[in-house]
Design a protein around this ligand. Sequence first.
Ligand SMILES: Nc1nc2c(ncn2[C@@H]2O[C@H](COP(=O)(O)OP(=O)(O)O)[C@@H](O)[C@H]2O)c(=O)[nH]1
Ligand SMILES: [Mg+2]
Length: 360
Amino acid sequence: MINETFVASTPTEAYEQAEKKYGNAAELTIVSAKQSKDESGEIRAEVVFAVPKTLFMEKSFGKGVSSVQHQNEEEMMLDEVTSMRKELEAMRSELIREEAVLQKVKALFLKKGIAPQWLDNVLDPLTGTPLAEDETLLVSYVLEEIDDRITVRDEMVGKPKVIMLVGPTGVGKTTTIAKLAARYAYLLDRPYKVALVNLDSYKVGAVEQLAHYADIMQIEHVSVSDPEDFKTQIAALESYDIVLVDTAGMSPYDTQKFVKTIEFIKSETVRDMEVHLVLAATVKYEDMEDIYKNFSFLNPDAVIVSKFDETKHFGTLLNFMLLYGLPMSYFSVGQEVPDDLLPASKEYLLERFIGDVHEG
Ligand SMILES: Nc1nc2c(ncn2[C@@H]2O[C@H](COP(=O)(O)OP(=O)(O)O)[C@@H](O)[C@H]2O)c(=O)[nH]1
Ligand SMILES: [Mg+2]
């Protein structure tokens, strides 16, 4: 209840004022009524009514009350907007922090030689996940992704096969052929019957280099200079378990015939034909694409990584594997024949790469 005082010259007038305001003044309780004279001698009647609070608010402030409600609603909305803004602000700074972590990890792998598109594909979907907040976790995640996506081709010696090595000059094809010859002929569970074919028509001295190894190992060795001759020789070597083919200096003029020859050998059912691209671990990022383009027409089945011992940085090499999805078959880890050859291993490669990444 609110005590409201009505002042008039007579109590009746005061009562009428109350009736005017509240309609039926009978609802109101009179708390007190008194009459007095003011300084000028005028009579003054004061009647105090007890008015229910809601009625008082409504009649006294009418619109005012609803505007108070309005004001309250507005304030509530403002509060809500402010807290939403705060939440958005927090989310935004979180995203900025995540973005900084993502960019840092991306920069690290870019520096190591991994291609930006590949990194974007792996890292972009992580925005907003807990992984994106933690640099160490994120680095491990990328390393695991690399581990998942690179593959190793098992050394399958059960079936007779022709293995051809292709690749840029000086990359280590002939040396690797010699190592492979020794491996198959002497270093596996049983001796395999190995023959060497030299398809090395342009590089002077190359024939001698392979012939020299063949002589030492007492392994059959033939030299051919054109695709037709190559076909004949491969057919003649049918009784061998492993025929290793060294190549060099193929001219673009020969390539079509050459591809046909490979297809012909591949269509044989008695033997498998594998083409291994030899790629130096020291390969430059800029050269990678050219190398792939120059040899992809031969449909390489695997990559032999040579000169593993000549670098500590394997990012570009890994990038090549990630980009072209070729499995790795062997690692050449030095010049020594036959010792410096290992069957490819993801652990061996990744261990070195992780060391490199952690060095920053
Ligand atoms: N450090 C190192 N040198 C190698 C490796 N493989 C080959 N080489 C050397 O690289 C040079 C070229 O090798 P070669 O087999 O003639 O290459 P090709 O032109 O591809 O046949 C030779 O001096 C080899 O001794 C390797 O894994 N590590
Ligand atoms: Mg050679």
